[in-house]
Design a protein around this ligand. Structure first.
Ligand code: 13P
Length: 242
């Protein structure tokens, strides 16, 4: 299992330092890979404190160019320089608040792969789409566009299924819905890239209390939002995964 904490726009550098030091005091088995994706400003301190530890870190977003006149953006080259292992792309908040399209997701994934940073491509349907029976066709469209002509080789490629209606709402998808979505994502990606291996994380209101129920067939780990802001809650989720 892989457990990633997405801090979103939370924690100052000082708060990040305290959190990471506390997390490092916890003892985890190596069977569970663990990472955090803090805001850009805390990446440097994350790199300093996590160097040589089993806990990885990455970014929540990037642009697809290496450098240039792109005010306010951060490039994969800069993320590589900081030691980032992963970078989220296409998180539903990026898609819905900032208008990120599947084409932009694809271009970011290409750029990250070029710099050997592992993209974590996030997909998921809205409640309206689910209620009108379109969940699987939405996932299919998002994946087809975002993963088109990517050069994945035979490395493990990580995706996250995050139903938009389950993010930050306390509403969790039901285990059969999760299983159906995860198995669909894996099969669809395999059809597109037969040589690659895929891991699909589940995200959306994951807590220490519900993670056991959510860990159904096809779930390769969790992308944790709110609960990853607390060392205690995040550690409990990690412990369950070991
Ligand atoms: P919550 O766990 O707060 O619902 O957030 C999920 C998420 O968006 C992780 O990327």
């Amino acid at each position: 299992m892989l457990v990633i904490g997405n801090w979103k726009m939370n924690k100052t550098v000082a708060e990040a330092r305290v959190f990471i030091k506390e997390l490092l005091r916890e003892r985890f088995d190596k069977k569970c890979s663990v990472g955090i994706v803090p805001s850009f400003v805390a990446l440097h301190i994350a790199g300093e404190l996590l160097e040589g530890t089993p806990i990885g870190f990455g970014a929540q977003n990037c642009y697809f160019e290496d450098q240039g006149a792109f005010t306010g953006e951060v490039s994969p080259l800069m993320l590589k320089d900081l030691g980032c292992k992963w970078c989220l792309v296409g998180h539903s908040e990026r898609r819905h608040i900032f208008g990120e399209t599947d084409e932009l997701v694809r271009r970011k994934a290409v750029a990250l792969l070029r710099h050997e940073i592992r993209p974590i491509v996030c997909v998921g349907e809205t409640l309206e789409q689910r209620n009108s029976g379109k969940a699987i066709s939405i996932l299919s469209a998002q994946l087809s566009r975002a993963l088109e002509s990517l050069d994945l080789g035979n490395e493990e490629f990580v995706l996250a299924y995050e139903p938009v209606w389950a993010i930050g709402t306390g509403m969790v998808a039901k285990p059969p819905q999760i299983e159906e979505a995860h198995n669909f994502i894996i099969e669809h990606c395999k059809r597109m890239h037969p040589k690659a291996n895929f891991r699909v994380l589940y995200g959306g209101s994951v807590t220490p209390e519900n993670c056991k129920e959510i860990a159904v067939n096809g779930v390769g780990g969790f992308l944790v939002g709110g609960a990853s802001l607390s060392v205690e809650k995040f550690s409990s989720i990690i412990r369950f995964c070991i």
